[in-house]
Design a protein around this ligand. Structure first.
Ligand SMILES: NC(=O)c1ccc[n+]([C@@H]2O[C@H](COP(=O)([O-])OP(=O)(O)OC[C@H]3O[C@@H](n4cnc5c(N)ncnc54)[C@H](OP(=O)(O)O)[C@@H]3O)[C@@H](O)[C@H]2O)c1
Length: 316
């Protein structure tokens, strides 16, 4: 099969398509003919050798990619043969997704619900479960002011919708005015461009003295400024560092505990909830761009250069 292999850490060009042996599903595993593979922001950081968590320099060579969708074409020993032929989305357990064929644990596969296209389900798999868990832990209430950073990105675009769906007044923030219309279409009542000086003061003013809650997946300068837009006693959900450094929340803000790494059952339930919300028309994944598998390097470069919106998918 063809797969994207990286044999060293570095810039996007370390991602090269190669002919490699087909993977063979082991005990309790299935083999998926991949139609779409998701790319998450963290995969660009891991590829560069600077993942946000300690020890995120996995063994090489490796095929990146943690989320795929497609038809199950074979099963290994002790996996239910009736799974063959079903179209599913699934985690790959951390790697192996950027490929024509991927193995996954049978217990991880999720059938795509009626009314949701496979590409949408793949777009929702990682970002949807993350957004559902963050939204739930933040206990968003109707009428609250909520600031979402990177609101035109994968997780951010879903957080805007979920918070707005809870009745919050959402201010979606991004770099540059180009994402304004997209963010408004997600249900945000206002837009903030964090490339402009003083944006955080404008956000605080709009919210009548500060927002009640900020979702910070950016960190760095944007994250620090976003904290200044929070009212005294307001809350912060700090979940990412797209800028390269985590936010150190100031004392006037209550940090929502991350709750630790969710277990497999909680992760699966959150992904299923995101898919159910999509099937009910209450959550819309934004697939901003797709690339052929052979152009994985170009896709990573676009994400790093901040020219993407929503989710980026690879098509083998
Ligand atoms: N996807 C998941 O399931 C998941 C799980 C846990 C944590 N996270 C974290 O959540 C954050 C968002 O993840 P995502 O996959 O949804 O990515 P994403 O939002 O699709 O892409 C990253 C966003 O961050 C913004 N950004 C700000 N500074 C940046 C910089 N220096 N370089 C690149 N982008 C920058 C960009 O928007 P602007 O250009 O508009 O600022 C871009 O939209 C990441 O920090 C990630 O590690 C994601």
């Amino acid at each position: 099969m063809r797969a994207v292999v990286m044999d060293r850490f570095g810039g996007p060009d370390v991602l090269r398509v190669q002919e490699v042996p087909d993977p063979v599903p082991g005990p309790g595993q299935v083999l998926v003919a991949v139609e779409y593979a998701g790319i998450t922001f963290v995969e660009t950081q891991v590829r560069a050798g600077r993942g946000p968590a300690a020890g995120q320099r996995p063994a090489l060579p490796r095929i990146p990619g943690n989320g795929v969708g497609g038809r199950i074409v074979a099963v290994g020993p002790q996996a239910d043969p009736a799974l063959v032929g079903i179209t599913v989305v699934t985690t790959t357990g951390g790697e192996g997704g950027y490929a024509e064929l991927a193995v996954a644990r049978a217990q991880d596969v999720i059938p795509v619900p009626a009314g949701v296209a496979l590409r949408e389900a793949v777009a929702l798999l990682a970002d949807g479960r993350t957004a559902v868990l963050l939204h739930r832990r933040a206990e968003v209430r109707a009428g609250e002011w909520v600031l979402v950073e990177a609101a035109g990105g994968g997780v951010g675009s879903l957080l805007v919708q979920l918070a707005a769906g809870s009745g919050a007044k959402v201010i979606g923030a991004a770099r540059g005015a180009g994402k304004r219309d997209l963010i408004a279409s997600l249900g945000a009542v206002a837009f903030a461009d964090y490339s402009l000086p003083g944006w955080e003061r404008e956000v605080a003013e709009l919210a009548g003295g500060g927002v009640d809650l900020v979702f910070d997946g950016v960190g760095g300068q944007v994250g620090a400024q976003g904290m200044l837009a929070v009212r005294p006693g307001g809350r912060a959900s700090v979940y990412g560092m797209a800028s390269g450094s985590w936010t150190d929340p100031p004392g006037h803000v209550r940090v929502i505990p991350s709750g630790g790494v969710p277990g497999p059952a909680e992760i699966r339930a959150a992904a299923e909830e995101a898919l159910a919300l999509a099937a009910a028309g209450r959550l819309r994944p934004i697939i901003g761009q797709t690339y052929p598998l052979a152009e994985a390097a170009r896709a990573h470069r676009a994400i790093e250069e901040r020219t993407t919106t929503g989710k980026t998918l690879l098509i083998p």
